[in-house]
Design a protein around this ligand. Structure first.
Ligand code: EPU
Length: 417
């Protein structure tokens, strides 16, 4: 097992480029199997979750050619074989195979997803959507079986505006007969990215990015080429790291609008943020004000940046309150930060953070974003080394993290335990 070693106290300085979005990629790859011919995805992030997805597709008979940041998926020989176990258990987003296979073959058997389990993450809204489209859904021995004689368009109101349920229903509904409306749909940029790919494949999806999405079913989809949007959570993580180390970093290959909620909070704290056309420059300051942050669905402050933000708020003066209204208990990074000297207590769905310096310690990442939080915390430590174990979680979502941080002047390295 590997761990990340961080000798902190150096301001990050320089330029970093960002790859395509993980949470788009792992929806776009399954979406590709709805086509009858080759789909080419550019700007693919080099992440372990992407590798797992390519394994899933190959197991189903697709031909996957992955080179650097490009993946070619030829789904012409794909079939719907049951996948109760195996790679589907390794990642949460394997749930997209349900919508994609249901759309293509009217049936699927997929083991209940694994992934970052910072708290129970139900998929009842996905299932409600599939049932509304005419599928029978059963759960036997930890695998979900879906079957439909024919998928028919329907009006679906989501009880929670779930990213996964919105995309999954879109995948199945593109091949349903008639029109589907998703109300209270999630509005995250990754949903627009998936709709863009599906429309390039010949689907008819309108309203992605708003709370009402309308899908006119089509009988066939064809291959196409698509470039994945930048990973706004990676961008946000580097923005936070630049601020936390009081550095000066230009983050390139960015859609600044996707980061508005974070930018607003950084400005409120006293960080200097310059938005350019396709990049963002973050310049740290010696003193930061405390702020209150509420993680909400997009365009609110992203829950995926809540843990990294916790680390930054330890560097602010006074008491900040950070609440997560998407996940009620996504605070596994807090006890680890406390080991590093942070003064944080969790009350309900909020972390109350009293600013002060951190010290090096041995800490454990228990999920992807908790890992990012610990790396940022380690970068702020003036004296001492921080050892972060659980690197496999960080590798799920951060492309070239060590190389990028080193190029910005950080003293970070991987060490085999
Ligand atoms: N929810 C339900 N029922 C459902 C689906 C969701 O109650 O059927 C609840 C969840 O428990 C949660 C809220 O709705 O409280 C939002 O969950 P959502 O479905 O939007 O999350 P997700 O699709 O499972 C994606 C990202 C997460 C990110 C969330 C929120 C992927 C693969 N994952 O998850 O990313 O936190 O949206 O933005 O796209 C990460 O990248 O670290 C990560 C966890």
């Amino acid at each position: 097992m590997e761990k990340l070693m961080i000798s902190g106290g150096r301001p990050l300085r320089g330029t970093v480029s960002i790859s395509g979005a993980k949470n788009s990629a792992i929806a776009l790859i399954p979406a590709a199997i709805l086509a009858e011919s080759e789909v080419v995805l550019d700007n693919l992030p080099l992440l372990s979750d992407v590798a797992v997805y390519s394994e899933i597709l190959e197991e189903l008979g697709a031909h996957v050619f992955w080179e650097g940041n490009q993946m070619k998926i030829d789904p012409s020989d794909i079939r719907s074989i049951p996948m109760p176990n195996g790679p589907v258990k390794k990642l949460r987003a394997s749930y997209y195979m349900m919508g994609a296979l249901l759309g293509r073959f009217n049936e699927a058997t997929i083991g209940l997803p694994g992934g970052c389990n910072f708290e129970p993450r139900p998929i009842d809204q996905h299932i409600k959507g599939f049932e509304a489209l005419g599928a029978t859904v059963t759960n036997e021995h930890g695998a979900i079986h879906l079957h439909a004689k024919e998928l028919r368009g329907a009006k679906i109101y989501l009880d929670v505006s779930s990213v996964g349920a919105t995309i999954n229903i879109m995948l199945a509904a593109t091949r349903a007969k008639g029109s589907t409306t998703i109300e209270n749909a999630a509005k995250e940029p990754e949903i627009i990215d998936v709709a863009t790919l599906l429309n390039s494949m010949g689907a008819s999806i309108k309203g992605a990015g708003t709370e009402t999405i309308r899908i006119e079913g089509v009988s066939e989809l064809k291959g196409c080429r698509h470039s994945i949007i930048p990973d706004r959570i990676q961008v946000g993580t580097y923005m936070i790291a630049a601020a936390a180390t009081r550095g000066d970093v230009l983050i390139d290959g960015v859609i600044p609008k996707h980061l508005e909620a974070l930018t607003a909070k950084l400005l409120e704290m006293g960080v200097k943020v310059e938005e350019l056309d396709e990049s963002i420059r973050v310049i740290g300051a010696s003193k930061y004000s405390h702020v209150d942050v509420k993680a909400l669905v997009y365009p609110g402050f992203p829950t995926d940046l809540q843990s990294p933000m916790t680390s930054l708020l330890t560097q602010a003066e006074g008491v900040s309150v950070l609440s997560d209204f998407v996940y009620s208990n996504r605070f596994k990074h807090v006890p680890e930060l406390v080991r590093m000297g942070a003064k944080i207590r969790v009350e309900g769905r909020s972390a109350i953070i009293d600013g002060g310096p951190l010290n090096g310690a041995k800490v454990k990442a228990s999920d992807l974003r908790a890992g990012a939080a610990l790396v940022i915390a380690g970068l702020t430590v003036d004296d001492g080394v921080t050892e972060v174990s659980g690197v496999e979680f960080i590798d799920r979502g951060y492309d070239n993290l060590v190389a990028n941080l080193r190029s910005l002047g950080a003293d970070v390295w991987r060490q085999t335990e």
